[in-house]
Design a binder for this molecule. Structure first.
Ligand code: HEM
Ligand SMILES: [Cu+2]
Length: 755
């Protein structure tokens, strides 16, 4: 099949569908939206169209530019998405029978570049442009005209990178419709197929002139990104409104700031490397040729940009997650400061791990080892974020709306994607999995599982603010579930396939992988369907959605989370359309983590020393009660024969003592009385204090999981069930004993203080 025709045809169909939808939606009866200008009278009139066009071409308003960025990014995403669907279609069958291998190579090259450069960064810059000034109380971005320039560099750069496709289609049409014309010129450009990492020497030797245009286009996009980044930095640093300082700057703005700083350091370097490659290709320099700087130099330069780049993609998404999640669980974001520090930490660390993409290239093993260590360390700040999100949800009042489903789905896929990344950071594991589908599974779980999910979540969350209308909320819920489902199926399948050793970037594969590949492809089609549903919802609701009839569409006032951008929205509705500010029926305190983290004794009681010694005494007492309860359970188990007392001996050997049941029993007593309660007390400060029981049970479940794994000796069937059940119940008894004692002592203590 002809690749160029199919791709351009698919894009045309998509474009036409959106256009029809748009025209049809505005034709039908449109309800007045009680705030925004009614759209009834608007007709597709040429004069008006020209006026709109002129407006968007010349605007310097941050909200308009934000929308332009978002439209542009969406078009690029659909284009890159068509590539992806075509890639997966080829993999339905083991031989390369749908496209040629060359076409397949071109597809993954353009897919990667389009998604990374022209989709993600522009959309995040768009969201940033629209909401960041509102969030920090600024009138506009710091440099409005520069802002417009930054955006308008993007369309030409996309055309440079991928416009050859249209030239080709024009040539093919011409040679079919007018065979007498010499169309040879149109066939000189072919989509680039050297891989999105543009590795030398292939990229130096390739004779495709489109590659030179691509390098120029990428260079231009780098300039655009740098300009945008400078603007964000200047805006956050200098344009903050009254009362916004570093200590209460919202998380999304923090993330945009760090992201922009990364872009500022990374993109100029990419630009330099691209120019060097261009010179190598056209002027015979020797930066990356074997007799000059060598192909490895390209990899170093490329990944010194490339790894920070993945954080440039990923940090704004985490910022959105931290912003949106709390609104739908009715609780303040937990651990604001930790999230800020982890963001800064990730920003710094991301520049020092690039060589983990080069473990298999034969670089010096000593250098390699240090890159491995730092790569593993990157998991720490990432994990901090995850724990903070989970804790934010804890005891929340969850609303299962689309933004929440997408946020929760992101956390889940991020955990799987992140953990698989830690494995890749370990050199021996990377040597096994490098170049297999495992890597594809890993980074797509993170990139797909967090980036588009949160873009859509943000789109839904701010839809009322941007358009004054509601999207179709039932459809959105369905769409979100579909998207999470499709992504999970596709990318976990790829992880498994890669684990079995299937290399990536090949159009042909052995037949035994066919079923798995088909499963992944069906999953990819489900993702595609979900994207179309989202697009439909966004476009159609713009004209036909329910008008927003309150100044607080998400009922954020009830949990004290009516943030600045919504305040701006309310002010506008009140000032322009005489709407009443919404009054919540009840105002809950937003479960704000208490000013002081609640220790068991309710905060700063007496001196630190006294608090510590009291907590310790409390812990020991609670632990003793728990341990005694558990001993009862263990005794019963020993009597009915489920537990072999000799296993206490193993407990002793675990810490290096001789295998004596007596020593084991002593250890058991000490551990239960001292170690676990102290751990519990430590972590309990980080959990909502009033949930002592749930906290205790969760804690006990976690310890028992550890024990179940540690003492598993090959039981199976009923025996295994009995073993697991017994360990769980015993630990729950322990956890209950611990918390009941704490609860009792605390109440007595409080009465003592009062009375
Ligand atoms: C827990 C944190 C992470 C660790 C330890 C990690 C580790 C790694 C390693 C070692 C590789 C190289 C694998 C190979 O080429 O054999 C890799 C590849 C990749 N990672 Fe990650 N990663 C993490 C998070 C992320 C994030 C947050 C993103 C993006 C948002 C990401 C995107 C990518 C991409 C795009 C590749 C593929 C590069 C290629 O084409 O070779 N990773 N990761
Ligand atoms: Cu990396």
């Amino acid at each position: 099949m002809n690749r160029a025709f199919v791709e351009v045809g698919a894009l045309a169909v998509l474009g036409l569908a959106v256009l029809t939808l748009w025209v049809r939606s505005r034709r039908g009866t449109i309800e007045s939206d009680g705030g925004y200008p009614t759209r009834e009278g608007l007709v597709l009139e040429l004069g008006r169209l020209r006026e709109r066009l002129l407006h968007y071409l010349t605007t310097t308003d941050h909200r308009d530019i934000g929308l332009l960025y978002i439209y542009f990014g969406t078009v690029a995403a659909l284009w890159g998405g068509v590539d992806a669907m075509m890639l997966r279609t080829e993999l339905l069958t083991p031989p390369a029978d749908i496209w040629t291998p060359e076409t397949y190579n071109a597809l993954f090259t353009t897919h990667g570049l389009t998604m990374l450069i022209f989709f993600v960064v522009p959309v995040f810059f768009g969201i940033g442009n629209y909401v960041l000034p509102l969030l920090i109380g600024a009138d506009d971005m710091a440099f409005p005209r520069l802002n417009a320039i930054g955006f308008w560099l993007l369309p030409p750069s996309l055309l440079l990178v991928r416009g050859g496709l249209f030239v080709q289609v024009a040539g093919q049409l011409l040679s079919r419709l007018a065979p007498w014309v010499d169309a040879a010129f149109f066939f000189t450009l072919r989509e680039v197929s050297v891989g999105w990492t543009l590795y030398a020497p292939l990229s130096v030797r390739s004779t495709n002139p489109q590659l030179d245009l691509l390098l120029l286009g990428l260079h231009l996009s780098g300039i655009a990104t740098t300009i945008g980044a400078i603007n964000f930095i200047a805006t956050v640093v200098y344009e903050r409104g009254e009362g916004v300082h570093w200590g209460n700057l919202d998380i999304f703005s923090w993330n945009m700031l760090v992201t922009s700083a990364l872009a500022l350091f990374a993109f100029p370097l990419l630009g330099a490397a691209l120019v060097m490659l261009l010179l190598d290709r056209n002027l015979g320099t020797a930066f990356f040729t074997a007799d000059g700087g060598g192909p490895l130099l390209w990899q170093h330069l490329f990944w010194f940009w490339g790894h920070p780049e993945v954080y440039i993609l990923f940090l704004p998404a985490t910022g959105l997650l931290s912003t949106i999640l709390p609104k739908f669980v009715g609780r303040k974001l937990f651990g604001y400061r930790f999230i800020v520090y982890s963001t800064l930490g990730l920003g710094v660390l991301s520049f020092s791990v690039w060589a983990h993409h080069m473990f298999t290239t034969g670089i010096d093993p000593r250098v390699r080892a240090s890159f491995m260590a730092i790569s593993i360390a990157i998991a720490v700040p990432s994990a901090i974020k995850v724990f903070n999100w989970l804790t934010t949800m804890w005891d929340g009042d969850i609303r299962l709306s689309a933004p929440f489903i997408l946020s929760a789905g992101s956390i889940a896929t991020f955990i799987v994607g992140g953990v698989t990344g830690v494995f890749l950071a370990v050199i021996p594991v990377d040597i096994l999995y490098h170049g297999t589908y495992y890597v594809v599974g890993h980074f797509h779980l993170i990139l797909v599982g967090i980036v588009p999910f949160l873009m859509m979540a943000a789109g839904y969350y701010w839809y009322p603010l941007i358009t004054g209308r509601w999207y179709d909320r039932r459809l959105a819920q369905f769409q979100s579930v579909l998207l999470v489902f499709g992504s999970t199926v596709t990318f976990t399948t790829l992880l498994v396939v890669g684990g079995l050793g299937l290399p990536r970037r090949q159009a042909i594969y052995p037949p035994e992988f066919q079923f798995a590949q088909q499963l992944a492809t069906v999953g990819a089609y489900v993702i595609g369907l979900a994207v179309l549903l989202w697009l439909y919802n966004m476009v159609a609701s713009y004209w036909r959605g329910q008008p927003v009839r309150t100044t607080d569409p998400w009922e954020l006032k009830a949990t004290n989370q009516f943030t600045r951008e919504w305040q701006w929205f309310e002010d506008r509705l009140v000032a322009q359309y005489d709407m009443e500010p919404a009054e919540p029926e009840t105002t809950r305190r937003s479960y704000a983590p208490e000013a002081e983290p609640t220790s068991l004794l309710g905060g700063a009681v007496g001196s630190v020393g006294r608090t510590v010694s009291r907590n310790a005494a409390l812990g020991v007492l609670g632990g003793l009660v728990g341990t005694l309860l558990m001993t009862g359970g263990l005794g019963t188990a020993a009597v009915i024969g489920v537990l072999d007392p000799a296993s206490f001996g193993e407990l002793a050997t675990l810490v290096g003592l001789p295998a004596s049941p007596l020593l084991g029993a002593v250890l058991f007593l000490v551990g239960g009385t001292v170690t676990w309660p102290l751990l519990f007390l430590t972590f309990q400060e980080y959990l909502p204090g009033r949930l002592l029981f749930e906290t205790g049970l969760t804690f006990a479940t976690i310890i028992s999981t550890g024990f179940i794994i540690a003492f598993y000796t090959g039981q199976s069937g009923l025996e295994l069930l009995g073993y697991v059940g017994f360990v769980l119940v015993a630990h729950w008894a322990y956890g209950l004993g611990l918390t009941v004692t704490f609860q009792y002592l605390r109440r007595r203590d409080a009465e003592g203080v009062d009375g």
